[in-house]
Design a protein around this ligand. Structure first.
Ligand SMILES: *Cc1c(COP(=O)(O)O)cnc(C)c1O
Length: 385
């Protein structure tokens, strides 16, 4: 066991460190589906890899420790993690979700869980009083992201957790955009934290994975049951990749955020840019709330160009920043939420919540910030009409 106090060290030494048997400093990849048992009727520690696998267990212990929770669960994707959490609910239950929630979260509720009679409604979770007035008897949870995709809308996580506790319902936070290095929702009172570990936790755009963390033993027991019953578990190799990615989360995010702060400043001063959405800019929505619950503004930025700039040309002209889904990898990525990440949200809903056709979302990587800014500048210049 290593001795440390701070998260930068926990990223490297947390969870189950190394291998007791060989003293290898890395957790081995236990690429096995099953384990030999010593006799019938004796319950072995490891039985079958859907139920438990030592490499996955090391990752689950690590994310639990980093989020300040008791139990972690690893899934084959962020959506598998969200599906497992939504499987906690029953026919007739309703879940309040923030209006800028990830498109896939909206889709699974709208197109899959609706078949089982689990309802949802889209709410402005920045308005806590308004949100409280929406909590009727059938509402069993509030699911939020902060900052939320793609307008980087900040929700007061303490207030939402307080509201949920007051009404005896669950508060669920998708912490993908911040990671435990920048924000720890359980410490702010949330009941369940979800991650698409595909993004910053993995950090290298080479693995698709999801994680869930809780503090409560009863919830943990139910999630373990759902995880084993529905079976969307993360494999040993991908668990290893995540553990490996998480070790450098601190240094990566320090650089991601340093670059993002510079890019946000650059965009907000550019004559072609109409709006910049970045929670690290002092005049942004929820700046003070974000400061009170997260270390900084993270590394996601959205912006809109004035109408005399052609965004198709802008996307075509980029030479370093790649047009792609996803975010949180070392490479800078750009996407068009209206046609990509949020295409599953109906047009009218998109307009209502501000996901306009001119919105551009950037995941700022850890390349040289000068190269990133040069690329943005030349693409903006090319797109002027
Ligand atoms: C990507 C993402 C998800 C879905 O995760 P997958 O790993 O792609 O299944 C969920 N929530 C947020 C905020 C995301 O960015």
């Amino acid at each position: 066991m290593s001795d440390y106090k701070r998260i930068e060290s926990a990223l490297i030494h947390g969870g189950i460190y190394g291998d007791e048997y060989t003293k290898a400093v890395n957790v081995p990849i236990y690429q096995t589906s099953t384990y030999e048992q010593s006799g019938i009727g004796e319950t072995p520690e490891w039985e079958y890899s859907r139920t438990g696998n030592p490499t996955r267990a090391a990752l689950e212990a690590l994310i639990a420790e980093l989020e300040g929770g008791k139990s972690g669960f690893a899934f084959a994707s962020g959506m598998a993690a969200i599906t497992a959490v939504l499987s906690l609910f029953n026919t007739g239950d309703r879940i309040l979700i923030s209006s800028n929630v990830y498109g896939g979260t909206f889709r699974v509720l709208d197109k899959v869980f609706s078949h089982f009679g689990i309802g949802y409604s889209i709410e402005d979770t920045t308005d806590i009083e308004g949100l409280e007035s929406r909590i009727t008897d059938d509402v069993k949870a509030i699911l939020v992201e902060s900052p939320a995709n793609p307008l980087l809308t900040v929700t007061d996580l303490r207030a939402v957790a307080g509201l949920a506790a007051k009404h005896g319902i669950l508060s669920i936070v998708d912490n993908t955009f911040m990671t435990p290095y920048l924000q720890r929702p359980l410490e702010l009172g949330a009941d369940i934290v979800i991650h698409s570990a595909t993004k910053y936790l993995g950090g290298h755009s080479d693995v698709v994975a999801g994680l869930v963390v809780v503090n409560d033993d009863k919830l943990a027991e139910r999630l373990a049951f759902i995880q084993n019953s529905t079976g969307g578990v993360l494999g040993p190799f991908d668990s290893f990749l995540l553990i490996r990615g998480i070790k450098t989360l601190g240094v990566r995010l320090d650089r991601h955020v340093e670059n993002a702060e510079k890019a946000a400043k650059f965009l907000s001063e550019h004559k072609a840019v109409k709006n910049v959405y970045y929670p690290g800019l002092p005049d942004s929505q929820g700046y003070e709330i974000n400061k009170g619950q997260a270390k900084n503004g993270g590394a996601m930025i959205s912006f809109e160009l004035y109408p005399n700039y052609n965004i198709r040309k802008f996307f075509k002209s980029l030479r370093l920043v790649a047009l792609a889904e996803s975010l949180g990898g070392v490479e800078s990525l750009v996407c068009h939420p209206a046609s990509m990440t949020h295409a599953s949200i109906p047009y009218e809903v998109r307009q209502r919540v501000g996901i306009t056709d001119g919105l551009i979302r950037l995941s700022i990587g850890i390349e040289s910030i000068d190269d990133i800014l040069d690329d943005l500048a030349q693409a903006i210049a090319e797109s002027e009409e």
